[in-house]
Design a protein around this ligand. Structure first.
Ligand code: FES
Length: 201
């Protein structure tokens, strides 16, 4: 397998698309958000994307896009937030210390990997070979998951698992937690992805 970093938008989508077909029953398609600013052309060049998160119910996920990559925004339930510490002993990098500049901005280096515990914002691409993990929010035993599963994501390509903060479990092919992109809240309901207070300073 090549060591080429999985950061090419085209290659990423090729891999993610091919893996998506393997997800099978239980996968819930999430529509892409179309109401972004600025223009599609500017966005493709890497400009920040503004996303309206109003109306999201606890437990819902929406998918935005930045630089050709899917960005997941999950409004976590109080139960999901409370369950996060239960995973710590089983995680490869529970404190998000690995590659902090690449994967976890300082404001997300916490248990929930987020600015607000209620909202997870991560790039929805597996850190192994770039497949798109599927939602497995339902806790409890189920195929390909451990008996004490607390909810999270399962990568269908090689079985890597992530908790609902995007933290990878130990002894899985994926080496790292899912990437938290730079982001900031413009208001309670407006999220800017691709820029944060640090990059604005
Ligand atoms: S690409 Fe996700 S486990 Fe291999």
């Amino acid at each position: 397998m090549s060591d080429t970093p999985v950061d090419s938008a085209k290659r990423t989508w090729l891999i993610a698309s091919s893996c998506a077909g393997a997800i099978g029953a239980g996968f819930v398609a999430v529509p892409f958000v179309r109401s972004f600013e600025p223009s599609e052309r500017a966005k493709a060049a890497g400009a920040p994307a503004e996303v309206d998160i109003s109306g999201r119910k606890p437990g819902e996920k929406m998918v935005a896009e930045r630089r050709g990559k899917p960005v997941w925004i999950v409004r976590r339930t109080p139960e999901q937030i409370a369950a996060l510490p239960k995973n710590d002993a089983e995680l490869a990098d529970p404190q998000s210390k690995r590659k902090p500049d690449e994967l976890t901005p300082a404001y997300a280096r916490n248990e929930a990997r987020s600015i607000k515990p209620e909202y997870l914002v991560v790039v929805g691409i597996c850190t192994h070979l770039g497949c798109s993990p599927s939602d497995k929010f339902q806790p409890g035993p189920q195929p390909s998951l451990p008996e004490d599963w607390q909810g999270g994501f399962l990568c269908p390509c090689h079985g890597s698992t992530f908790d609902v903060a995007g933290r990878v479990f130990k002894n899985k092919p994926a080496p790292d937690n899912l990437e938290v992109p730079p982001h900031m809240y413009l208001s309670d309901n407006r999220l800017l992805i691709g820029e944060d207070k640090n990059s604005k300073a």
